[in-house]
Design a protein around this ligand. Sequence first.
Ligand code: NAP
Length: 278
Amino acid sequence: MAQILDGKALSNKIIENIREKTLLLDKKPGLGVILVGENPASKVYVKNKEKQALNAGFNSAVYKLPENTSKDDLLKLIDELNNDEGTNGILLQLPLPKHLNPYDFLDKINPKKDVDGFHPVNAGKLMLNEKPYAVPCTPKGIITLLDEYNIKLEGANAVIIGRSNIVGKPLSMLLLNRNATVTVVHSKTKNLSEITKNADILISATGRADMVTGNMVKKGAVVIDVGIIRDENGKLRGDVDFDSVKEIAGFITPVPGGVGPMTIAALIQNTYELSLKE
Ligand code: NAP
């Protein structure tokens, strides 16, 4: 039976550690989160981020804009936060309402305040392995969790299911930069389970419940479940069929309590680190 990779416990430890370091600073780090519209999942995520930022001893502000916010109004707020000395990290919560294209805004955030690491400058630095100002939170949190459990990345055969700009692609770069052999698969990939069965580290980020079953996993593999799906009963599920996979895998993340809290821990780390760079 697989060992649980306890993201919640590690996240609490990281945030507590940052809280202690923050107490020693002259000026509190400041996180500004922009929430446009009424997406229920986004509201929950933003609330959690604010709560943990306050737990870390930061100043945290949530800027709530209505669903029908214009492009100009959102650009104006980003500009104000770019120029606000008290704001070290700016996070634009995605997804945006349909009439707004995220890429019209992500590259307007000052890269030195880009706490999510989505600005093209930071994405480019990550690709070049040249110290981005910040690394995307979910991939960073996953690497931190793997490191905590001493899971060897160098030479490991890592397979990522999903190629999004926020999870799959940046994670592939982080793993490659750590000398893993990386395969990224997606909805057009043929013979998916033939590929996943070779993975020493299998990471699934599709948002499809029970996408990964025990027969797709190599014995002893490390299985990381990024997916967050709310089922018809309101229960949180992941991409991984936990019951069948736990019998085969060597390590597994639970949902909830795995990657989710590690994403928030990485956000807190990024905010803290950006505040030191100013
Ligand atoms: P996304 O942008 O929708 O990307 C999903 C990826 O999965 C795409 O690349 C898609 O392939 C691939 N995919 C979908 N169905 C597939 C299938 N049947 N076989 C193989 N690949 C398939 O999603 P995302 O933003 O990366 O998020 C993925 C999941 O992670 C969601 O459940 C999201 O809520 C969750 N998430 C969790 C955290 C956290 O903190 N835990 C953070 C971010 C996201 P194509 O590119 O070919 O369409």
